[in-house]
Write a protein that binds this ligand. Structure first.
Ligand SMILES: Nc1ncnc2c1ncn2[C@@H]1O[C@H](COP(=O)(O)OP(=O)(O)OP(=O)(O)O)[C@@H](O)[C@H]1O
Ligand SMILES: [Mg+2]
Length: 434
């Protein structure tokens, strides 16, 4: 390494390591670099706060690593990158960048595990993926109900003629109730997966010549940054809701098991989910600010903040919004939903909007208080699958359409065929009513 300007390290004239700069978002900086110097290889080291840039950076052809950066990891990556770029120069027609597996040989446990190094890759599947976290900083406001209904709603939608593949994840690790609310068993569950992850991490540690018993928490975090699981692995740990086909990654059966789930497990799980084949992933959370919740918020493309019309729920949403704004969390990812709305409420929606300081044009979504909800929670039959009318169901469906608008946009062909059918209908209507 021969030059350092602020947090921009020019490793040599072919390779740049980009860290966080005070005045510029890492994504914009990398975009400029790739535009003006496409021949230079870029590595971006992202903090958790910058992790939302990762897909964007990878699409730009930037290599992404997570902070804290390990010097050994960097050196290995630099060697590989230089080799890779040399091979590209020698063989200009060489195909896409090497996959993560081709780097696995660099690391202990080659073949089973892959390092954190994220070579720029085209997305695994051409289908869009939607990651939605449902959160409310107060207990009992309807997060689990809403997560369940949204998840079932999405299982009933199609993209390109195919039903969506949907996963609901219970990140309320100790007291989650998604499984109960769908009459599902809690085995396998997140803890079953965590045990399997621990075995792989321990193997990795042993291959480094270390004793897993002597590894400290911070070191486990480092080792977990080297572990890459296969995205297909997720399906081993889900239970399937037979009536809808929804896959559910439930919280542990035994509350004590939730204490064994550490921040680095959650990181590996979320990273793996991000690569999985699910079209929609819905994460239900606990009313807290633990690692599980914060990681789920930063992992999501959309967050539904749920509250009720009571002053403590409203205050906590406002405090949470403030925290997220201070962390530069992109506000456009957040939708606020007031659940259990009654005919007469003490605060108007306008007052609540003003209190939350929502930007102009940003809507506040509502779900009415509906007696059917209690029945559906108690019977384990989601409103989305129940017969009969329900106002709450309609409201959840409207929210679902807002969360993934692309699913509901009509193609040009569909619009034309609809107009044609309407014309035909009006002809027969006139003919019969002459
Ligand atoms: N729109 C609604 N109308 C009527 N009752 C509702 C509505 N939404 C939720 N409820 C009731 O509120 C109760 C709590 O809902 P839920 O368990 O989804 O809350 P939660 O926010 O997930 O709670 P926790 O913070 O404990 O995880 C449910 O038992 C359900 O009966
Ligand atoms: Mg809940």
């Amino acid at each position: 390494m021969n030059k350092q300007r602020g947090r921009l390290l020019i490793i040599d004239q072919d390779l740049v390591l980009i860290g966080s700069l005070p005045d510029m978002e890492i994504g914009f900086l990398c975009q400029q670099l790739r535009f003006y110097y496409p021949q230079i290889a870029c590595i971006a080291s992202c903090s958790v706060r910058e992790s939302h840039w990762e897909p964007f950076l990878r699409n730009l052809g930037v290599w992404v690593i997570s902070k804290p950066v390990q010097i050994a990891q960097l050196e290995l990556l630099a060697v590989q990158l230089v080799r890779y770029h040399e091979s590209r120069t020698e063989y200009p027609s060489s195909p896409a960048p090497p996959s993560a597996q081709s780097f696995a040989g660099l690391w202990p446990g080659a073949g089973q595990v892959q390092p954190i190094l994220q070579p720029p890759q085209p997305p695994r599947s051409p289908r869009e993926k939607h990651l939605i976290t449902v959160y409310g900083p107060k207990g009992g406001v309807g997060k689990t109900f809403l997560s369940r209904e949204l998840a079932i709603f999405f299982t009933r939608q199609k993209k390109d003629g195919q039903r969506l593949k949907v996963l609901a994840v219970d990140f309320n690790l100790d007291l989650g109730t998604i499984a109960t609310s769908l009459n599902l068993a809690r085995r396998p569950n997140l803890y079953t997966w965590v045990q399997a992850i621990d075995e792989q991490l321990a193997e990795l540690v042993r291959q480094e010549g270390r004793d897993p018993e002597e590894v400290a928490h911070a070191e486990w975090q480092e080792f977990s940054a080297l572990l890459r699981l296969s995205p297909e692995e997720v399906e081993r740990y889900v239970v399937i809701h037979p009536e809808s086909g929804l896959h559910v990654l439930t919280s542990p059966q035994d509350i004590r098991h939730s204490f064994e789930i550490k921040d680095y497990h959650l990181y590996i799980i979320l990273e793996t989910l991000k690569q999985s084949e699910y079209d929609v992933i819905l994460i239900d959370t606990a009313p807290d600010t633990t690692d599980a919740t914060i990681q789920a918020l930063f992992f999501a493309q959309k967050v539904v903040l749920v509250g009720n019309h009571v002053v403590d729920a409203i205050e906590n949403i406002q405090r949470m919004l403030k925290l997220l704004r201070e962390a530069d969390y992109p506000e456009e990812r957040i939708e606020v939903c007031m659940n259990r709305l009654q005919r007469k409420e003490m605060f108007t929606l306008e007052e609540i909007r003003a209190f939350f300081q929502l930007p102009p044009g940003k809507l506040l979504y509502t779900i009415p208080d509906d007696a059917e909800v209690k029945r559906s929670v108690n019977t384990g039959v989601p409103l989305m699958l129940a017969a009969g009318r329900s106002q709450a169901r309609e409201a959840v469906a409207s929210l679902g359409r807002v969360l993934i608008p692309s699913l509901f946009e009509e193609s040009e062909d569909e619009v034309q065929s609809k107009t044609r059918k309407e014309k035909e209908r009006s002809f027969w209507y006139k003919w019969f009513h002459r």
